[in-house]
Write a protein that binds this ligand. Structure first.
Ligand code: KIV
Length: 272
């Protein structure tokens, strides 16, 4: 754990703003269950995102669209029971906020009340402004998410880098300003050119957290199953693998099978 990670008793949205202002990078990872969240929090992470990527990595769906609000609350409450220090942000799932700010507020309230999480994240720009503002009226902190927004995958059709063209880049810059001015405490930028992300981080006052958005932003986020090499199916250029748990777990399981078949496990010391 870094020196400053030890010093911070609880990460709040205010702490994140201070980190941006003094140039200290913000670390964020996903987690969806108690055991993983305990390890990630004990290691000193600043933010855990209970991402709707749970739909992919936990449930095996092809997209993030099928996961429900009840399922997100289940994952979020497991994470909240594990943590002592980090800020817990929960994705509002597809269909729980789009196009209806009253429903957005009700969904956000359910997440906060039933899971004990600290903030919610919504995908989109100007089209969700009203929902962001309505959620904020209940005192619920909101994180934005621009660039590649997986809940809109059927609109875009592919997972390629976003905002490479000037028109889309200009729209993204305007949306980032609009989200910050509406009261979002931070914004995730996913899979956009590093130069554009760096410009947004310089212009916009709130912390900008990147995933596939280069080094010039205020923090980084990855999906924990990807960076630990549990899930080997997803290998984008922006992903750095910090472990090969797929191999380690597979080897352990194979050895266990060998030991059981050979009647080596359990031995006398492991029996009552
Ligand atoms: O759901 C998720 O994991 C996310 C991150 C990729 C930012 O939204």
């Amino acid at each position: 754990m870094s020196a400053s990670a030890k010093e911070i008793k609880r990460v709040t949205t205010h702490v994140l703003h201070e980190m941006k202002n003094r140039g200290e990078k913000i670390s964020m990872l996903t987690a969806y269950d108690y055991s993983m969240a305990r390890i990630v929090d004990d290691s000193g992470i600043d933010i855990i995102l209970v991402g709707d990527s749970a739909s992919n990595v936990m449930a095996g769906h092809e997209t993030t669209l099928p996961i429900t609000l009840d399922q997100m609350i289940y994952h979020a409450s497991s994470v909240v029971r594990a943590i002592h220090r980090c800020l817990v942000v929960v994705d509002l799932p597809f269909g729980s906020y789009q196009g209806n700010s009253k429903e957005a507020l009700n969904s956000a309230i359910r997440i906060m009340k039933e899971s004990g999480a600290h903030a919610v994240k919504l995908e989109g720009g100007r089209e969700i402004k009203e929902s962001v503002e309505r959620i904020l009226t209940a005192g619920i902190p909101v994180m934005g998410h621009l660039g590649l927004t997986p809940q809109s995958i059927y609109k875009f059709g592919t997972y390629v880098v976003r905002a490479k063209e000037e028109e889309e880049a200009d729209r993204l810059i305007q949306d980032a300003h609009l989200l910050a001015e509406s009261g979002c405490f931070a914004i995730v930028l996913e899979k956009i050119p590093a130069k554009l992300a760096s410009r947004v981080a310089k212009e916009v006052k709130v912390p900008i957290i990147g995933i596939g958005a280069g080094q010039g932003v205020d923090g980084q986020v990855l999906v924990v199953h990807d960076m630990l090499g549990i899930n080997n199916e997803f290998q984008p250029r922006f992903l750095r693998k910090y472990a090969d748990l797929n191999q380690i777990i597979g080897d352990a399981v194979k050895q266990y099978i060998v030991d059981v078949k050979a009647k080596d496990f359990p031995n006398e010391k492991e029996s009552y």
